[in-house]
Ligand binder design. Structure first.
Ligand SMILES: *[C@@H]1O[C@H](CO)[C@@H](O)[C@H](O)[C@H]1NC(C)=O
Ligand SMILES: *[C@@H]1O[C@H](CO)[C@@H](O)[C@H](O)[C@H]1NC(C)=O
Ligand SMILES: *[C@@H]1O[C@H](CO)[C@@H](O)[C@H](O)[C@H]1NC(C)=O
Length: 362
C-alpha cells in the first residue's frame, strides 16, 4: 500500500502547511455557505472554459488490498453485487475535468478501489468514451439523463442559461439506477476525496433517507423569500422540524427509502410551485431543503469542506473550516482548474492539482 501511504504523507504535509500558514485567513462559515449556494447559480459559462478536445492521461490501475475480500460471485455479478460501494457523479463538458479528478481521487485513497462502482449521469453520450479510456478498469455504468426530463420544470431564473438540467439529475437517481442499488453516494464534480470513501459509505443514516453535513448556524430564513414565508400555503412546511441548511454536493442516499416515499415526485411538485410562485432564488438546492431539512442524518463536516471555490467576481481565495478533512469541495464560482490554468491559483488549489489527469494540448 505504498502509494496510499505516500499520498497520505503528502496530504498531511500539505495540510500542515495550510493550517500553519498565517496568510490564509479563516473565513466565516456563513460566507462559505453563501458561496456554496451561489454555486447552483453562478456556473461559469461555457466560454469560460475551453476545449471540447479532450485529452486525459490514463489513470493508474489500482488493485484491492488483501483485506478487501471482495466477492465476485456468479449469482451477484455486475452492478447488483452487494459488496459494491456505489458512487454517482455527473459528467458534462463544462466540469469534465473536475469529474475525472474526483474519480481519480476516490480511487487513489481507497484501499479497495475495485470494490467501487461508479454511476455516471450524462447528457452527452460522447463522454462515455472519454471516461472509459481514462479509467479502463473502472466498474461503471453510464446513464443518459434527458434534459427534457426537467426542462419544463426549471423555473426561468435571473441567469437562465446557467440552469443546467444536469444539476437536477440527482433527483432521479432512484429511478435511473438499477433497483438492486439501495444506497448511493452522490458527489458534485468540483470535489476531491482525500480519505477512504468506504468510511462515508458506512455512515449510518438511522431513519433518514439522506445523510449530509448540516450547518445549523446558517440563517435558514434566507434560503426562501417572502413569497414562501408570507404565504400560508407554504409557510408551515417546516412546522415541527428543526431545519438546517445542508449542501447537496455530497449526500449519502438511501434509495430504497427514496423510492418507497416517492421523493422524486415530491421534489417535482416543489419545482412546479417554484416555476409559478418563485419561492426561492436558487436552482436545484432549495427543493432538497423543503423536503429533507430537519429530517437529515447529520454526517461529519469533514466530508464536505465546501466553499473553496470562493467568488470568481472578487477573485477571493477561501480557507478551510476548522477540523479534520476527508473531502474538499470547490463550491462557489471559482474552480481550481480554471485558476491553475490562468496561473492565478488559490493556495488550496494545489490540493486539487495532483488528481488532475488533463493533458494540455499546447
Ligand atoms: C434571519 O434573517 C431574517 C431575514 O433575512 C431576519 O429577519 C432574522 O432576524 C434573521 N435571524 C437571525 C437569527 O439572525
Ligand atoms: C403565514 O402567512 C400568513 C399570511 O401571510 C401569516 O398570517 C402567518 O403569520 C404566516 N405564518 C407563519 C408561521 O409565518
Ligand atoms: C485535439 O488535440 C490534439 C492534440 O493536440 C490534436 O492533435 C487534434 O488535432 C485536436 N483535435 C481537434 C478536433 O481539435
Amino acid at each position: 500500500m505504498l502509494w496510499f501511504t505516500e499520498f497520505s504523507a503528502f496530504f498531511s504535509a500539505a495540510l500542515a502547511v495550510i493550517l500553519l500558514s498565517p496568510s490564509l485567513q479563516s473565513f466565516s462559515p456563513a460566507a462559505a455557505i453563501r458561496s456554496s449556494h451561489l454555486d447552483a447559480y453562478f456556473r461559469p459559462s461555457p466560454s469560460d472554459h475551453s476545449p471540447r478536445n479532450f485529452s486525459y492521461r490514463e489513470s493508474p490501475i489500482l488493485l484491492n488490498a488483501d483485506q478487501c475480500r471482495f466477492e465476485f460471485s456468479d449469482t451477484d455479478s455486475g452492478v447488483c453485487n452487494p459488496s459494491y460501494v456505489h458512487v454517482a457523479i455527473t459528467l458534462d463538458f463544462l466540469y469534465l475535468r473536475g469529474s475525472i479528478a474526483a474519480v481519480n481521487s476516490i480511487l487513489q485513497h481507497s484501499s479497495c478501489p475495485e470494490s467501487i462502482f461508479f454511476h455516471f449521469l450524462v447528457s452527452e453520450t460522447s463522454l462515455e468514451s472519454v471516461i472509459r479510456t481514462t479509467f479502463p478498469k473502472l466498474n461503471l455504468k453510464i446513464y443518459y439523463f434527458a434534459p427534457e426530463r426537467v426542462q419544463s420544470l426549471i423555473a426561468p431564473s435571473v441567469r437562465q442559461a446557467l440552469e443546467q438540467p444536469l444539476n437536477y439529475a440527482r433527483n432521479y437517481l432512484a429511478e435511473l439506477l438499477e433497483p438492486c442499488v439501495n444506497r448511493v453516494i452522490y458527489l458534485d464534480s468540483d470535489i476531491v476525496v482525500i480519505d477512504d470513501i468506504v468510511k462515508l459509505w458506512e455512515t449510518g443514516l438511522g431513519p433518514s433517507t439522506i445523510g449530509a453535513p448540516e450547518y445549523c448556524h446558517a440563517n435558514f430564513t434566507d434560503y426562501f423569500n417572502g413569497a414562501f414565508w408570507f404565504d400560508e400555503r407554504y409557510n408551515e412546511t417546516f412546522k415541527g422540524r428543526k431545519p438546517c441548511y445542508f449542501n447537496t454536493g455530497v449526500m449519502v442516499i438511501d434509495l430504497k427509502k427514496w423510492r418507497r416515499f416517492g421523493y422524486t415526485k415530491t421534489i417535482e411538485k416543489w419545482m412546479e410551485i417554484q416555476k409559478v410562485e418563485r419561492i426561492y432564488e436558487l436552482g436545484s438546492l432549495p427543493a432538497y431543503l423543503l423536503v429533507f431539512a430537519g429530517h437529515l442524518a447529520p454526517i461529519s463536516h469533514r466530508w464536505n469542506q465546501h466553499g473553496l471555490g470562493g467568488d470568481k467576481v472578487k477573485g477571493s481565495c477561501r480557507d478551510m473550516h476548522d477540523g479534520p478533512v476527508s473531502l474538499l469541495h470547490w463550491s462557489g464560482s471559482g474552480k481550481p482548474w480554471s485558476r491553475l490554468d490562468s496561473k492565478l491559483p488559490c493556495p488550496l488549489d494545489s490540493l486539487w492539482e495532483p488528481y488532475d489527469l488533463y493533458i494540455h494540448s499546447h
